[in-house]
Design a protein around this ligand. Structure first.
Ligand SMILES: Cc1cc2nc3c(=O)[nH]c(=O)nc-3n(C[C@H](O)[C@H](O)[C@H](O)COP(=O)(O)OP(=O)(O)OC[C@H]3O[C@@H](n4cnc5c(N)ncnc54)[C@H](O)[C@@H]3O)c2cc1C
Length: 355
């Protein structure tokens, strides 16, 4: 997709799975590789019924690992899933997602935003700064009422369409006003789907830093450096924390990067930071209310409902992406799937139409 959109990709230069333990017992790379293998083998041994019942917490706690290996694995997964592992369905690990280091990670050279911007250029009529508040739907079409936006008369704008793809986070979808209400089973599935929480901090460094991926296993959070589009280390350090406990410890909801920055200084004494740090906590973003869905077992049993159209409404977004939920790839693919569903809805409504 990046190639189709003309978006340049660049190697990050670090791995996202294997990390150097900071402020804890070191776990050598070979021991991390062993932990990944043990995890995959334990997953493969599970029968279907047990796999559907278990959550990640007890699964990791019972793996035959040394304590430092387990601590590192737990810290990494807790961050990645954005929630306490005792709530996360083991099925989220699927065929071993996140249990094997990739040969090379790529990033959008100018940042992920460049993907959205490239897609927006193709759309033409794109209205930003509006918040959809009401969605009306019937056999004939869809109407959307949006609030805000410059030049919007009376503060709201109404749009009519033959069909619509709703691609807002599930936390928002569950709060929108639908006329009539969404099918009951879908409404309940959306309301019950847990949302993970996460925050990131980025700070410039005075000089290009050495490449690193460091995991604080106590808080927990991790931080890393990486290459820029020119192949050289970018003069920046980035940190990520997922799940409630670290966000509280780092006091991210208050918007002050100070407490986290102090820990990053202690963890990276060789780096000199420059300028203001950028902190973003998705749990307090009113248009997200969290980072990405954090499927528990009951929600996993209902995944099919989330991607099923309701009348002329199709649904996209990471929460509809099944095994790929919580990822960019899943979100992008869900958009393609929803577009196909709209095509089918319109073809059925107007037989003979080449949509
Ligand atoms: C901190 C963090 C780190 C991540 N790291 C990775 C990673 O390393 N790799 C990876 O693959 N994925 C990662 N992800 C996940 C990935 O970013 C998401 O899965 C993906 O962006 C979800 O896309 P989406 O379209 O479903 O939702 P979003 O990107 O959340 O888009 C939803 C849009 O809807 C808008 N919106 C909300 N309410 C309304 C409304 N009422 N009216 C109109 N618009 C509204 C929002 O403003 C937003 O623009 C990360 C996510 C976070 C938060």
């Amino acid at each position: 997709m990046a190639r189709d959109l003309g978006v340049a990709l660049a190697p990050v230069g670090i791995g996202f799975i294997r990390r150097e333990v900071a402020a804890g017992t070191p776990v050598a790379e070979a021991e991390q590789e062993e932990a990944e293998r043990v995890t995959r083998e334990a997953l493969a041994r599970l029968d279907d019924v047990t796999a559907r019942r278990l959550t990640l917490g007890p699964f990791v706690d019972n793996l035959p690992l040394r304590d430092p290996q387990r601590r590192l694995l737990r810290a990494r997964l807790q961050g990645s899933y954005g929630a306490d592992l005792g709530t996360i369905a083991l099925r989220s690990l699927g065929g071993g997602f996140g249990t094997e280091e990739s040969a090379g990670y790529l990033r959008a050279a100018a940042g992920n935003q460049s993907l959205g911007e490239a897609m927006a250029r193709r759309l033409g009529d794109l209205r930003l700064g509006r918040e959809v508040v009401t969605v009306g739907w019937s056999e004939r079409g869809v109407s959307v009422l949006a609030a805000g936006g410059e030049g919007v008369q009376g503060g709201t704008e109404a749009l009519q369409a033959e069909a619509a793809v709703l691609a807002v986070p599930h936390t928002i979808l569950a709060r929108l006003e639908f006329r009539p209400a969404l099918p009951e089973a879908l409404g309940r599935a959306l309301a019950a789907l847990p949302m993970g929480v996460a925050a990131k901090l980025a700070v410039a460094t005075a000089a290009p830093p050495p490449l690193r991926a460091r995991q604080d296993v106590a808080v927990p959070y991790w931080c890393w450096t990486g290459r820029g589009a020119d192949g050289h280390a970018r003069s920046a350090l980035t940190a990520f924390a997922g799940s409630r406990a670290p966000l509280e410890t780092l006091r991210t909801a208050e918007g002050d990067p100070g407490p986290w920055l102090a820990r990053l200084r202690a963890l990276n004494p060789d780096l000199a930071f420059e300028g203001d740090a950028l902190l973003k906590d998705w749990s307090v973003d009113p248009l997200a209310r969290g980072c990405y869905s954090a499927f528990d077992n009951p929600s996993w049993d209902r995944t099919d409902l989330l991607s099923r159209p309701a009348g002329r409404l199709a649904f996209a977004g990471e929460h509809t992406a099944g095994m790929e939920s919580g990822t960019m790839e899943g979100a992008l693919r869900s958009g393609l799937r929803a577009a196909e569903q709209v095509r089918a809805i319109l073809s059925a409504a107007r037989p003979g139409r080449q949509s």
